[in-house]
Design a protein around this ligand. Structure first.
Ligand SMILES: NC(=O)c1ccc[n+]([C@@H]2O[C@H](COP(=O)([O-])OP(=O)(O)OC[C@H]3O[C@@H](n4cnc5c(N)ncnc54)[C@H](OP(=O)(O)O)[C@@H]3O)[C@@H](O)[C@H]2O)c1
Length: 326
């Protein structure tokens, strides 16, 4: 049975436009370790199960696989037209310069084999003066502050040129979004951030709601199993375990359902067919007030910090971004 995924609306060049609330994530450890790869056949499996939204990024090196899967799905008739899919990709920090933004999206489109993406995000509010792909430890001299106005102009140009339907940001604090809103001709449609029951992000969710920006939750299961970028605090959480047991659901479903009830969209990654299905089976039941209260009480702890992931030593620019995201 193919599950139909509900949609939420975001701003776009065509006015309000629907986005499927659950995206299949495609960030894997291969970015750093080369351990796990994304094959087009896995993504075809996801389309068969019902996924229509794919979340990729230049830095994940998964755009080509996503593109091959799309081409195959269209050719085989699994998807009737490109309009049936929603593709998100992201501007990597080494292209966060006014003159590099349009070439970067064009390269992503080439990788994807597409004429446009549905959503293009600034991956981090950070500029890296290094051409190498991200390998997890950036030299200090390669780190620079982003010129937000100039880069956002580049993002707006991407949308004006029809290379993307919507533009947005990722890992942005409300302070940085306010900065964009002060000069934007096209306001951001989306802010993609780390969010799950262990990092509930209530303040930024409220800020985005007030400003008509859809929040997308990444690492909704804590990135479980990803030794480099993830943790197991969500998947081993006793509160979620107890609720899952009493409701006859899996812990992952409780976490995803909780996110859905917060009014956000979700990027969740699974390359296992049963878990792909399970993660979509969250739309015909609700959490009770008591369950929501218990989840509300979970001690909060953010996982992803630039310092410790991208650099090992202190760096002022990264420290500022890390502090703003708390
Ligand atoms: N904007 C950003 O900076 C940013 C950062 C991180 C992630 N993201 C995006 O968000 C996506 C999702 O985040 P994520 O990949 O960090 O982590 P996640 O979706 O929270 O967790 C993925 C892990 O959970 C496992 N899993 C999935 N469903 C499960 C289930 N029902 N039961 C048990 N285990 C399950 C997966 O293993 P199996 O594959 O074996 O099922 C995988 O190891 C990424 O792929 C990426 O597209 C964006």
């Amino acid at each position: 049975m193919v599950i139909t995924i509900p949609e939420m609306m975001i701003t776009s060049s065509e006015g309000p436009r629907p986005v499927p609330v659950i995206a299949m994530g495609t960030a894997v450890e291969s970015v750093i370790t080369g351990i796990e790869v994304v094959t087009p056949s896995t993504l075809i499996e996801a389309i068969k199960v019902g996924y229509r939204h794919f979340d990729t990024a230049a830095v994940y090196q998964t755009e080509k696989s996503v593109g091959e899967a799309i081409a195959e799905a269209l050719q085989s008739g699994l998807i009737k037209s490109r309009l049936g899919l929603f593709i998100t990709t992201k501007l990597w920090c080494n292209s966060c310069d006014r003159h590099l933004v349009v070439p970067a999206i064009k390269q992503s489109l080439k990788n994807l084999g597409l004429e446009y993406v549905d959503l293009y995000l600034i991956h981090w509010p950070l500029k890296l003066n290094i051409q190498d792909d991200f390998k997890g430890n950036v030299p200090s001299e390669g780190i620079a502050a982003i010129d937000m106005k100039a880069v956002w102009e580049g993002m707006e140009e991407c949308q004006t040129l029809g290379l993307t339907k919507s533009i947005g940001v990722s890992n942005f604090s409300s302070k940085r979004i306010e900065q964009i809103l002060s000069f934007a001709k096209i306001p951001p449609a989306v802010n993609q951030i780390e969010m799950n029951p262990h990092w509930q992000q209530k303040k930024i969710i409220e800020f985005c709601k007030v400003n008509g920006i859809l929040v997308t939750a990444y690492s909704p299961l804590g990135g479980a199993g990803n030794n480099v970028l993830g943790h197991d605090r969500v998947m081993k959480c006793h509160v979620l375990q107890d609720i899952a047991k009493s409701r006859g659901k899996t812990l992952a479903q409780i976490s995803l359902r909780w996110l859905y009830e917060q009014g956000v969209s979700i990027a969740v990654k699974s390359f296992n067919t049963e878990r792909m299905k399970q993660n979509l089976d969250i739309f015909d039941w609700t959490l009770t007030e008591e369950e929501l209260y218990k989840i509300d009480q979970i001690p909060q702890r953010r996982h992803f910090y630039l310092i410790g992931t991208m650099v090992t030593e202190h760096n002022d620019i990264m420290a500022e971004i890390d502090a703003e995201l708390d």
